[in-house]
Design a protein around this ligand. Sequence first.
Ligand SMILES: C[S@@+](CC[C@H](N)C(=O)[O-])C[C@H]1O[C@@H](n2cnc3c(N)ncnc32)[C@H](O)[C@@H]1O
Length: 262
Amino acid sequence: MNTVTNVRLTTAVKVNASLYNQVEDAFAILSKLEFVNEVKTIKRNKLTIKQLFQNDTTPVIVLESNGPKLYFSPDTPIYFHLDTVKVKLHMLKQKKQPILIEMLNDITSNLSTFNFIDGTMGFGRDSYMTLKIFKQANIYAIEQNPLIYFVISEGMKNYLEPEEYERIHFINDDYNNWVKQNTKLVDVLYLDHMFEQTLVENDRMGELSRMTDVIQNIKPIEDYKYLIVKAHYKSHIFKKLKVTQCLRKSSKTHYGLSTKSK
Ligand SMILES: C[S@@+](CC[C@H](N)C(=O)[O-])C[C@H]1O[C@@H](n2cnc3c(N)ncnc32)[C@H](O)[C@@H]1O
């Protein structure tokens, strides 16, 4: 389910001509999105983020030189950040594979090219990691929240080589709609819905989960060759989507896999 939202745009306190241009570009992109109702540009005037929220609780996107930051509240911004991707890429250098990469290696070893549909882009870390590691993959990164879609896709673009930029497509939609309309493109569909457990956390993932739909809204999905699901080990999503849950004793995060001949 997509919710319609308003948004305010402003610059970092230390402003320059490029940031003013970025506000204009952001205004144009966001105004065209179906689920954005009203976009307003506001003068920053050295105001703190807290002050921007004093008389108005509309989300704010701040255009900064290293990418846009989204504030649903003054405390925890949402933006593209390489933190956990770096950890996972470092694991690879030590010959330890992240589980998602291990699964993708197994199921795509005979394919010269494949489409990876990240149905729940969120912070974009899994899309980014898959893009970097699988040079033969085309990535479709889908995010239903229009503001998260904007800050993460624009933020990630700053970290992409031209060749990678060509292989990734950012989409603002509900993956259920997109998959139905693009069944032929769906080789691997990957879903990483919000854990119920993250709701109490006071970090960026907690902030994301408070602002987006959690796992209750899962609909059955049929159109894929492979479906990979990541979720809390107690989650009902594995049963609901009929994927085989791969047990991991050492972690509360489990992965599930289902294979279909289309
Ligand atoms: C846990 S986050 C994903 C984190 C991501 N795997 C990463 O690497 O950063 C889940 C995201 O999926 C989005 N989402 C939930 N249901 C969706 C749907 N039906 N279609 C598209 N996006 C959805 C939420 O808005 C949220 O941003």
